[in-house]
Structure formats: structure tokens, C-alpha cells
Design a protein around this ligand. Structure first.
Ligand code: S3P
Length: 493
């Protein structure tokens, strides 16, 4: 039975986010202005229901989670693989690309800038790059839908390419802060036109020759670091970024893989990255490892549903991304790391996750960059743990796809969990041996991770938990429902 609030619900839809990834592919390949993209895998495109929200309800699991599943490609690496392949000279082959709508929006934008992309099957893409300096001016705005990573990184690309473009996005992306990226790009010579809040839509014109800068990040953000590095590819001289603490380093690793002269070092607790331009990027092949941020949901589900024992295969364990695994283990979570290997310059492993009695944990602010997208999932684990967990340094959660700190707090409160929401921190008192009451409908605020988190919590709550819309899950984890089903979980939809 669905929660009352979720029945017959309508919601606001966004241009890209209401489509399945394959709809987006079709949309792209039908557009004569972008004939470069070709979907060569026949017959698997389905039309989407564009006008209706898709609520879902999670009931307490009747049986433990079991089985072994392979995680889809990492979103951060997928964005960067498409961008760098498009900027490189030659043809790159990408396998395991995440075909979420966020990544597809980035692919569409890079084609508008001149790259050619062909899809050869699920996650298998061939990208013919234009070479650094070969990007062309787009003849239509670049629409990033819900994709914060896509829009911020491609602003860096455009700033470095001596071209201009209009950047637009959906309602959520259009209220997210962009000055964090446009300020350093303006220092490199880009001209920016936007509203007084500095949010989308933004018109950005790159200078004929970008200036290299030496920039200390005022906030811990891999997106800002990456935008500057991507602009720096064409800047003659040394572009330097200083950050404390270190954020995810996928751009650095992939730039090196594409042959850019890039150097990383630690001075005390400061991470310093220097890219020497103008850099030539050479096409390469990339096997994208599985996304630890998406793995968070089945992982927390298995830890919290009694008797569960699952294997999540192909998980990237980059030290700037594995914070949640470290914290869950500290809570007593039985997570075994199996079959460690290297893939695309990253440490990858399979994870065996078993039901565990979780204890409360204190998570200090310095952990945030290594698990920034995982707090919604961690909050659900904390709600099932014994004792009161305390998480610090959460201010960046307020400017994600939604104000995640308040979305987590409101949703947990409505489902009977005791908590204190601070400006920058969160205390959650877990139900210990009991169960979370549940029974409430969650406003997902069009946030994929809020939707998946509360669906996971509903698997162990006394009364079902309903989420008002699941369409946004396609932005990052289009195979979420299928993968959970493979582990024995059926959500009511
Ligand atoms: C990302 C960086 C993080 C993260 C986002 C992906 C990236 O954002 O929240 O989902 O791929 O660089 P910030 O750089 O704003 O912290």
C-alpha cells in the first residue's frame, strides 16, 4: 500500500531529468544539429512518461538481501572521461560509462563543442576528440539538466578554449552556487555574464589565451579544482591549485592518463596540483570503475536488514571517495574488501557486506570531502544504530541537488527518528534494537540521493516509507531498482 500523500502526485519536471538515459540518447541522435552521436545498439529505447512523478514505497524486507551484483560506472569519472576524450587528439574508447542523465548531458554538451560520440552498447562509447584548441563555439545553449559536475567542469573547458557559450540547467541546478567556479575562471581571463546571484543561466566567453593562475581553493571542491585545471590545459605556463583538505583527484589522475604534464604534491596538509600548459591530450581507453557513491545504498541496506549477505563488485576505492566505507566499518559494519586490483589508475575491489549491529559514530569535519555525497546514506545507517551519532562539517550539503541537511533531518524526523539539526552538523539517535517507526511520505526535493536513502530506510522500518518521486534517480543510478531487485528487494512502484 502506498502512503496517502504519494498517490496521484504530480511534480515539476526538467528537460533532461524526466527522460530515461536512453530517451536522452534518442533525443540526442534525433537532433540534426548533433548528428555526431549515434546509438548503434538497436531496439532498446523506450519513451518516457514526461508529465507524472513516479513515487515508490519501501516495505520492511521479508527476507535478507543476498546475491552478487556489479556496480555501474562512477559518475565523477564518467563525466571526466567524456570531457577529456572530447578534448584529446584521436579516438578514445570508454567502457563502463555511467549512462545516467547527468553524464549524458555532459556528453551532449561536448558534442555541441565539436566532439563526435558513438555508443556501441551499454556503457561502451567511442569518442573522437577535437584536440586541445579545436573546440568550436556551440550554436545553442549548453543544457546540463541537473548536473552540477557537468556544468562546472565544462565552464572550465569553455574558458580555456577561446570560445563562448550559454550555460543553462534545471530548476535545482539554476539555484546552485556558480561563483565558486566563475571567480577563478574570470581571473584566468574569462568574461562572465549572469544575474546578481551568479547562478545559471550564465554566459561565459573564454579569452583568446587563458592566463595560468595560482589559486587556493576557499572551499573544498573537486568541481572547482577541476574547472580550473581544464581551463589550465590551454593556459601557457603553470596553473597551480592549493587545497586543504584534498578532494577527489580524478581530474588529476585522468589528465595524467591523457598525457598532460601534471604534478601533485603534499606540503604539510596542503595538496598542491600543478599543470603545465599548453598541454597536449592524447586519446586513451578508459574502463570506468564502479561508483562507490551509488554502492552506498545497497551497502547500507545490507548492513541494516537482518541476515543480509551480499557482494558488490567493481567498487572504486579511491582514498578521497572511500570515507563512508571507513566510517561504516568503524560503526561495526562487516565490510570485507575482496579481489583488490587496479583499473583506470584507481584501486578497485569487490565488497562483501553483511548485516551488522551498528554502533553510533562521530564523524569529524575532515572526513567530509571523502564522503560528501554519502551523508544521506550514512544518516540512514545512523538511524538504525545503537546510540547517538554526530557528524560535523556538513555546510556543503546545503548546496547540493537540494539542501540535503534539511532534507535528511525533515525526512528522519517525520519517520520518528530523534535528531538535532545544526547549521553545519547533525546528531542522530539511532533506534538500536528497535526499528525506525517509518510511515511518512518523503519530499525528495527532486534529489536522487534523498530518494534512494529513504527507500533504503523503509526496508527496516515498522511502517512503510514512501518517496514522492523517483525519476531523479536516473541522473546518477539508473539501474538502482534493477540492482536492488537482483539483491532480492522489491519496492512498490
Ligand atoms: C564531484 C564533486 C563533489 C560531489 C559531486 C561530484 C565531482 O562536489 O558532491 O557529486 O565529480 O567533482 P563538490 O566539488 O562541489 O564538493
Amino acid at each position: 500500500m502506498k502512503c496517502r500523500d504519494c498517490q496521484n502526485q504530480k511534480t515539476v519536471f526538467y528537460k533532461l531529468s524526466n527522460a530515461t538515459p536512453l530517451d536522452v540518447l534518442r533525443q540526442i541522435s534525433e537532433n540534426n544539429d548533433m548528428t555526431a552521436i549515434t546509438d548503434t545498439s538497436a531496439g532498446n529505447q523506450t519513451p518516457s512518461d514526461a508529465a507524472t512523478a513516479k513515487p515508490a514505497t519501501a516495505h520492511a524486507c521479508a527476507a535478507p538481501l543476498h546475491g552478487s551484483v556489479t556496480m555501474a560506472g562512477d559518475k565523477s569519472i564518467s563525466h571526466r572521461a567524456l570531457i577529456l576524450s572530447a578534448m584529446a587528439t584521436g579516438t578514445s574508447h570508454i567502457t563502463g560509462l555511467l549512462e545516467g542523465t547527468d553524464v549524458l548531458a555532459t556528453g551532449q554538451a561536448m558534442q555541441q563543442l565539436g566532439a563526435k560520440m558513438t555508443r556501441h552498447g551499454e556503457g561502451a562509447w567511442e569518442v573522437s576528440g577535437v584536440g586541445t584548441g579545436g573546440l568550436r563555439q556551440p550554436d545553442a545553449p549548453l543544457d546540463f539538466g541537473n548536473a552540477g559536475t557537468g556544468v562546472r567542469l565544462v565552464m572550465g573547458v569553455v574558458a580555456g578554449a577561446g570560445i563562448e557559450a550559454e550555460f543553462i540547467g534545471d530548476a535545482s541546478l539554476s539555484v546552485r552556487p556558480m561563483a565558486r567556479v566563475t571567480i577563478p575562471l574570470a581571473q584566468m581571463g574569462a568574461q562572465i555574464r549572469s544575474n546578481e546571484k551568479g547562478t545559471l543561466p550564465i554566459h561565459l566567453a573564454g579569452p583568446p589565451v587563458p592566463m595560468p593562475i595560482d589559486y587556493e581553493l576557499p572551499i573544498a571542491s573537486a568541481q572547482v579544482k577541476s574547472a580550473i585545471l581544464l581551463a589550465g590545459v590551454n593556459a601557457p605556463g603553470k596553473t597551480t591549485i592549493r587545497e586543504t583538505p584534498i578532494t577527489r583527484d580524478h581530474s588529476e589522475n585522468l589528465l595524467a592518463l591523457f598525457g598532460a604534464p601534471i604534478d601533485q604534491r603534499l606540503e604539510g596538509d596542503q595538496h598542491i596540483v600543478t599543470l603545465t600548459g599548453e598541454a597536449q591530450l592524447t586519446a586513451t581507453d578508459i574502463a570506468v570503475p564502479g561508483d562507490p557513491s551509488s554502492a552506498a545504498f545497497p551497502m547500507v541496506a545490507a548492513l541494516c536488514v537482518p541476515g543480509s549477505d551480499i557482494v558488490l563488485k567493481n567498487i572504486m576505492l579511491n582514498p578521497q571517495r572511500d570515507g563512508l566505507i571507513r566510517v561504516l566499518r568503524q560503526m561495526g559494519g562487516q565490510i570485507d574488501i575482496l579481489e583488490e586490483r587496479q583499473q583506470a589508475g584507481e584501486r578497485v575491489a569487490d565488497l562483501r557486506v553483511r548485516y551488522s549491529t551498528l554502533q553510533a559514530v562521530t564523524v569529524e569535519a575532515d572526513m567530509a570531502p571523502s564522503m560528501i555525497d554519502e551523508y544521506p546514506a550514512l544518516a540512514m545507517a545512523a538511524a538504525c544504530a545503537h546510540g547517538t551519532s554526530h557528524m560535523f562539517g556538513l555546510h556543503e550539503l546545503r548546496v547540493k541537488e537540494s539542501d540535503r541537511l534539511s532534507a535528511i533531518a525533515d525526512g528522519l524526523r517525520a519517520n520518528g527518528v530523534t535528531l538535532i539539526e545544526g547549521e553545519d552538523d547533525l546528531q542522530i539517535t539511532g533506534c538500536g534494537d528497535g526499528r525506525v517507526a517509518g510511515g511518512a511520505s518523503i519530499e525528495t526535493r527532486h534529489d536522487h540521493r534523498i530518494a534512494m536513502s529513504f527507500l533504503v530506510l523503509g526496508l527496516t522500518s515498522t511502517a512503510p516509507i514512501c518517496v514522492d518521486d523517483t525519476t531523479m534517480i536516473d541522473t546518477s543510478f539508473p539501474s538502482f531498482f534493477a540492482l536492488m531487485q537482483d539483491l532480492g528487494v522489491d519496492f512498490e512502484r
